[in-house]
Design a protein around this ligand. Structure first.
Ligand code: GJV
Length: 415
């Protein structure tokens, strides 16, 4: 303690960049990403003396960054730098472009509406490599397409527009949709903003803000509406891989690790799940529907839906699978609506489906009902994240009343 005093600095706030499981025995603090702590002493270049919620201990200096003002904090909550940085590389764009189902659907929307798009003003929000704008310019004759992109990919997008001789029609605008200026309002706002469970990443907020600012009265949103679909399901393979595994690996009893497995594998949803047709226990149902013309940013804070599934065959209720569909209405009165469905009965997309595992499997019988609610709650601090809460009530046939169960489970994605 004597020599620590010499290294005392005026208390300063720092933010934890990565979680660190400190060891109590060595007077280390256990810190989690996003924690704000007060540094009291820079003891060595590696170890600082800090205070977190009234507890003092050593923390690794390289896990910290200087605290920020509230304004910067708000920015940080969006993690925009990180977000746009990831879209500066080809990786994600390749994944999106390789997704034929996704990309061809957007192309079909443009082809189906090519006559009506004539002389229209279009905004492509989050254009990425510019694919939708290029489809638009080549397959229809819009007056202009404003292709808006905030990541550094935009440099390349400009080249691609030139390379494909579309620079007469496409104006590439570098910046965030919330901040860019357009010379005019637009007739059509097209965007591919959907994330896991429809809203993850909350790019949809940018789309709504741009709509309110730049879509002319009576203009069209593509997608025009969206739905989140849910179904109670079995997941024997996943359950076996992550949970049943510990029952007897190599003839040994590893079941004391199961609580850890529960925490590690089932407390968050499993992205990239491909539900097999035989896994559904009931007919899927839409639980949340969004109208992109009337949806408000404030509506995104809490979105709730109800369900009542009739179990169609006996089986093991391991959890719920969710996916989404979006719909593109025609610019023509009475024209056909185009649908992009990311469910298990459609051509697989890069979103695949999202699986929410219950803590314990429940045997269910045909004709029982699984009713309940799903709530998507946007994280008040980490604005691109949300928590999904599922509540279920199983009502069964009278003679099995004893097995009726209800439960609630919340799944952070990712905070
Ligand atoms: N302004 C401009 N570009 C954006 C914005 C914004 N507010 N938000 C996202 N992007 N379906 N979950 C860009 C982002 O940099 C990326 O290139 C693309 O839109 C994301 C599209 C797919 N993401 C999704």
């Amino acid at each position: 303690m004597e020599d620590q005093l010499e290294d005392l600095v005026p208390p300063e706030e720092y933010v934890v960049l990565w979680s660190f499981p400190g060891r109590c025995s060595e007077e280390q603090l256990s810190i989690s990403k996003g924690d704000r702590l007060i540094v009291h002493g820079k003891i060595t270049s590696e170890w600082w003396w800090a205070e977190l919620r009234g507890v003092f201990g050593y923390v690794p200096a390289s896990y910290l960054r200087q605290g920020t003002t509230e304004e910067e904090e708000e920015e940080d909550a969006w993690q925009d730098d990180e977000y746009y940085f990831t879209y500066g590389a080809l990786n994600l764009h390749l994944e999106m472009l390789s997704d034929k189902s996704r990309t061809e659907t957007y192309r079909r929307v443009i082809v189906n509406n090519s006559t009506s798009l004539h002389r229209k003003v279009v905004m492509d929000l989050g254009c990425g490599t510019g694919i939708m704008s290029l489809f638009c310019a080549q397959l229809a004759q819009p007056a202009v397409v404003y292709a808006v992109e905030a990541s550094s990919m935009v440099e390349h997008t400009k080249k691609l527009v030139k390379q494909n001789e579309c620079e007469e029609v496409i104006t590439v605008l570098q910046g965030r949709a919330e901040e860019i200026q357009l010379p005019e309002q637009v007739d059509v706002l097209v965007s591919e903003w959907m994330g896991n469970c429809l809203v993850f990443e909350f790019m949809v907020e940018s789309v709504l803000l741009a709509r309110d600012r730049w879509l002319r009265e009576g203009g069209t949103m593509w997608p025009s509406s969206a739905a989140l679909t849910l179904v109670p399901c079995q997941a024997h393979r996943y359950y076996a891989e992550k949970m049943a595994f510990w029952e007897k690996p190599y003839g040994l009893d590893f079941t004391p690790l199961q609580p850890l497995a529960l925490q590690e594998f089932f407390s968050k949803p499993k992205f990239s799940h491909l539900m097999e047709p035989g896994d559904r226990l009931a007919s899927p149902a839409d639980v949340i529907c969004l109208d992109m013309h009337t949806l408000q940013v404030a509506d995104l804070e809490v979105m709730q839906g109800e369900f009542q599934f009739q179990v169609e065959k006996s089986g093991v209720f391991h959890g719920f699978t969710a996916w989404f569909s979006v719909y593109f209405k025609s610019l023509e009165e009475g024209g056909a609506t185009v649908e992009l469905n990311t469910g298990p009965d459609s051509e697989p997309t890069h979103w695949k489906q999202t699986l929410f595992m219950l803590d314990e499997p429940i045997t269910v019988h045909a004709a029982s009902r699984i009713s309940g609610t799903i709530t998507l709650r946007r994280n008040p601090v980490w604005r691109r994240h949300l928590t999904v809460t599922l509540h279920w009530d199983i009502s069964c046939l009278a003679q099995e009343a004893a097995t009726c169960q209800a439960g609630t489970k919340s799944f952070p994605m990712w905070r």
